[in-house]
Write a protein that binds this ligand. Structure first.
Ligand SMILES: [Zn+2]
Ligand SMILES: [Zn+2]
Length: 185
C-alpha cells in the first residue's frame, strides 16, 4: 500500500457507521490487509477503541476545513503517540519491495489505526493541511481528501454536489416566483 491507500483507509473509517461489531467487521472486510482479522473474534473493547479514534480522526478533517491547521497538526501528532507506527518492508502478490505500516502490537485496532493515522500524516506533509474536507451538505457529513488542482472541492461526491446544486436552483426559482407574485398583488 502507498500513502494514498493509507490515507483512504482513514477516510473510509471516518465515513463508516460503527455502531455494532458487525459494522466494524464490514469495515475491516473492505481492506485486503485486514480481511483475515475481520473473521477473527473482535471484541467490544476493540470497537470502543475504533469509535474513539474515528471521532479524533474526524476532528482532523474538521480543523482543516475550518482553517485551523495548527489544531489539525496537534491532533495528528497526538494520534501518532497513541497509535505508534512500525514500518516494515514487504512484498506480496508479485509486487516489488514496498513499505507497510503496522504497529508493534498484534491487535487489529492498533495495526489498522496506526496505518490510518500515518496515512493522514504523510498526506498532510505531502499535500498541505488544507486538503482535508468535510462535505458541505450538512445532511451528509462525509469527509474526503481534496485532490482537486485548485483545492476548491466542497462536497464528498458528485452525488452530494448535484443534490446541492438542484436544491439551490429550486430555492432561487421559488424566490423569483414569490417576487413575481408580490409584484402582481
Ligand atoms: Zn502491500
Ligand atoms: Zn456528501
Amino acid at each position: 500500500m502507498n500513502v494514498d491507500a493509507y490515507a483512504r483507509i482513514a477516510v473510509k473509517l471516518v465515513n463508516s457507521p460503527l455502531n455494532t461489531l458487525d459494522d466494524l467487521k464490514a469495515l475491516l472486510d473492505q481492506t485486503a490487509e485486514t480481511r483475515d482479522a475481520a473473521r477473527d473474534t473482535l471484541t467490544d473493547r476493540e470497537l470502543t477503541i475504533f469509535r474513539r479514534a474515528q471521532k479524533r480522526l474526524r476532528g482532523v478533517f474538521e480543523y482543516s476545513t475550518a482553517g485551523r491547521d495548527a489544531d489539525a497538526v496537534a491532533e495528528l501528532n497526538a494520534l501518532l503517540e497513541t497509535f505508534p507506527v512500525q514500518p516494515r518492508i514487504t512484498a506480496h502478490d508479485s509486487s516489488g519491495w514496498h513499505l507497510h505500516v503496522t504497529s508493534r502490537s498484534n491487535s487489529i485496532s492498533a495495526t489498522y489505526l496506526a496505518g490510518a493515522v500515518w496515512g493522514l500524516t504523510a498526506w498532510l506533509c505531502e499535500y498541505g493541511s488544507t486538503r482535508f474536507g468535510v462535505c458541505a451538505d450538512a445532511r451528509c457529513g462525509n469527509v474526503y481528501l481534496d485532490t482537486s488542482s485548485n483545492c476548491c472541492r466542497r462536497f464528498c461526491s458528485e452525488r452530494c454536489a448535484t443534490r446541492a446544486h438542484v436544491a439551490a436552483h429550486r430555492a432561487r426559482k421559488r424566490a423569483a416566483e414569490e417576487r413575481n407574485l408580490a409584484s402582481v398583488s
